[in-house]
Ligand binder design. Structure first.
Ligand SMILES: [Zn+2]
Ligand SMILES: [Zn+2]
Length: 231
């Protein structure tokens, strides 16, 4: 009997990480999140140099996925450092962090050994955490509503397929997000979301009062910066 995935918990945990780590701009970097949480990350090329302690089946595992978490002898995430697509690596790292932040290793130790096929419910939970960390619903909603042209996979640093899956799960996740959680996420990204560029005079500024108006020339056709920080 697979474990029923706990969407509410996954969305809440992802929201808490955004708040606690003061993540305030896209793309979200799971390597930073791991570093703040004190989780060790080890590139595969480095792990292979010391084969004395790596799990015997690690090379086979890494043929199937780009990152794997091991609990023994040290807790760490081993990731393929030869992955060329940063979006793919970002996703698998966020997925592995999902297993860790949702305490799968502590609460479901029989499911989580390296090489064991984890319960499909736990896998789904790790995915739910990943998509709500990398592309939180309130942020996706605000950008899609205001800047539909920019609300695409590259802005979130996701592969196209991960972005499509994110869009498919948007309505489901949204039903678990409270107004307080939405406020928390949007507050964290507030200054990044308010970065504007004036197309007339070229001024980049943070429109903190959300006036929609250039303080230098009065132009009201402001562009959202999103990718860059205001100068
Ligand atoms: Zn997994
Ligand atoms: Zn201007």
């Amino acid at each position: 009997m697979p474990i029923a995935p706990r969407i509410e918990l996954a969305t809440r945990f992802a929201c808490a990480v955004i708040h606690d780590d003061q993540i305030g701009r896209l793309p979200v970097n799971p390597f930073d999140v791991a570093a703040i949480a004190g989780i060790s990350l080890l590139p595969l090329s480095q792990a292979m140099q010391d084969p004395g302690w790596i799990p015997w089946n690690l090379p086979a595992l890494m043929g199937m996925t780009d990152a794997v978490t091991i609990a023994y002898p040290v807790f760490c995430i081993i990731y393929r450092d030869d992955v060329r697509d940063p979006g793919r690596l970002r996703w698998v790292m966020a997925h592995e962090l999902g297993h860790l932040f949702m305490n799968h290793f502590r609460d479901f130790p029989d499911q989580m050994g390296p090489g064991l096929r984890a319960d499909s419910g736990l896998e789904a939970e790790a995915d739910m955490f990943a998509r709500n960390l990398l592309a939180p619903v309130p942020l996706v909603d605000v950008i899609r509503y205001n800047r539909p042209q920019q609300a695409k996979a590259p802005l979130f640093g996701l592969s196209r397929s991960a972005w499509m899956r994110r869009l498919d799960s948007l309505a489901e996740d949204r039903s678990f997000i409270t107004a307080e959680m939405a406020d928390t996420v949007l507050f964290s990204f507030r200054s990044w979301l308010l970065g504007r560029r004036c197309p007339s005079c070229g001024l980049c500024f943070e429109d903190t009062a959300d006036t929609g108006c250039c303080p230098s020339c009065g132009c009201t056709e402001l562009e959202w910066l999103l990718e860059e920080n205001p100068a």
